[in-house]
Design a protein around this ligand. Structure first.
Ligand code: KG4
Ligand code: ZN
Length: 350
């Protein structure tokens, strides 16, 4: 519909420069420039390298997005930008660019929460999100379970990782197996030819004693250490490391815990919709296991296609569009880049 708002979203919280354009729930453009190759030899994202790459990619990525959507900046109704959480220097590039474009084109600006945007992106594929819903966000920097009553007003955190994020665990295990960076997609592919029941790796925070204090929290650091110990023992014994079996067994341990806790959160809160977002939501085993377990309880699982699970500009535009439609006031032009932005803050108040 022509009268739905045309919203442009800018994402620079980590290593992807993303610019997306949506009209209502319809995706018109999703331009992306990634600096992932520049970080690969360090085994993780180097903040300064990411910031510089955002700076170089911003203007050409903006042009690509506008061309793809067949619109000009003058046509845009509002500009949304990731205000946080993320890498401070990287966020700063996106926020400064958004302010520049908003000022030049006289458009309202919305500083939005990156994690809420990972939830909102699903509406581009599956339509409005039934509320309440449970959202599980699993990325390189975060692993959280949230109760979403009203995405425009704020979400209620139910639990989060107490150490490593799920994606971080994939990246670290891939590194110790010598598989490269980022680890998630490589482990996903390597696991296909492995046996997931070969090694019984630990399931963090699932013991009865953890129920009281950590029912909806995650812990992946013990799992990562267990994989490291297992691999070291093999190497010490001069035996080859069965990389596919280790990958599959590790992946199974992560997906088992994530899906069990997500379903438990749905059942405990009487919620029938589970939306999964963040880079790890691209994991093929996670998607299958979540579907299987949810189906047993009549819970509907919504997961965006893999390209929309990892960081992108469309997710920021999707959340911006949601805020505009709900009549939420824009942020002020002096909005901050907030590397520790709280999950309860969906957009920077005007
Ligand atoms: O959401 P995202 O693109 O960036 C952050 O906000 O962190 O997530 C990146 C993370 C990385 O740790 C990457 O290894 C992981 O998502 N990832 C995956 C898969 N694709 C990306 N993890 C498991 N399986 C995948 N297929
Ligand atoms: Zn992300």
């Amino acid at each position: 519909m022509r009268d739905e708002p045309l919203v442009l979203g800018i994402e620079t919280s980590c290593d992807e420069t993303g610019i997306g354009i949506v009209r209502g729930h319809t995706l018109l453009a999703d331009a992306l420039a990634s600096s992932v190759d520049q970080h690969a030899r360090f085994g993780g994202v180097v903040p300064e390298v990411a910031s510089r790459a955002h700076l170089e990619a911003m203007v050409p990525t903006m042009q690509r997005a506008l061309d793809e959507a067949g619109v000009t900046l003058a046509d845009i109704d509002a500009i949304a930008v990731t205000s946080g959480p993320g890498l401070a220097g990287a966020l700063l590039v996106g926020v400064a660019a958004a302010k520049g474009y908003a000022l030049a084109a006289e458009k309202p600006i919305y500083g939005v929460n990156h994690l809420a945007a990972h939830v909102a992106v699903d509406t581009l594929e599956h339509g409005p999100l039934p509320e309440p819903a449970i959202a599980m966000l699993v990325s390189g920097g975060h692993s959280s379970l949230l109760l979403v009553d009203d995405l425009t007003a704020g979400v209620t955190p139910l639990g989060a990782t107490i150490d490593d994020a799920a994606g971080e665990a994939f990246d670290k295990v891939a590194r110790l197996l010598g598989l490269g960076f980022p680890g998630g997609p490589i482990i996903d592919r390597t696991a296909v030819s492995g046996d997931s029941r070969k090694i019984a790796f630990p399931r963090g925070l699932t013991a009865p004693k953890d129920q009281a204090a950590h029912r909806f929290d995650f812990s992946f650091s013990g799992l990562k250490t267990a994989v490291a110990r297992w691999v070291e023992a093999r190497e010490r014994a001069g035996e080859p490391v069965p990389v596919a079996d280790v990958s599959a067994s590790f992946q199974e341990a992560v997906c088992d815990v994530l899906t069990a806790k997500a379903i438990d959160a749905c059942l405990t809160n009487g919620v029938k919709t589970l939306v999964i977002g963040g880079g790890v939501a691209a994991n093929s085993r996670l998607r299958v296991l979540a579907e299987q377990r949810a189906a047993k309880h009549g819970i509907l699982v919504r997961v965006p296609r893999p390209g929309l699970c990892t960081d992108n500009g469309a997710m920021v535009a999707a959340l911006g569009s949601h805020l505009v439609a709900a009549g939420v006031a824009p942020s002020r032009l002096d909005l901050p880049a907030d590397s520790a932005m709280s999950l309860t803050e969906v957009s920077v108040a005007g």
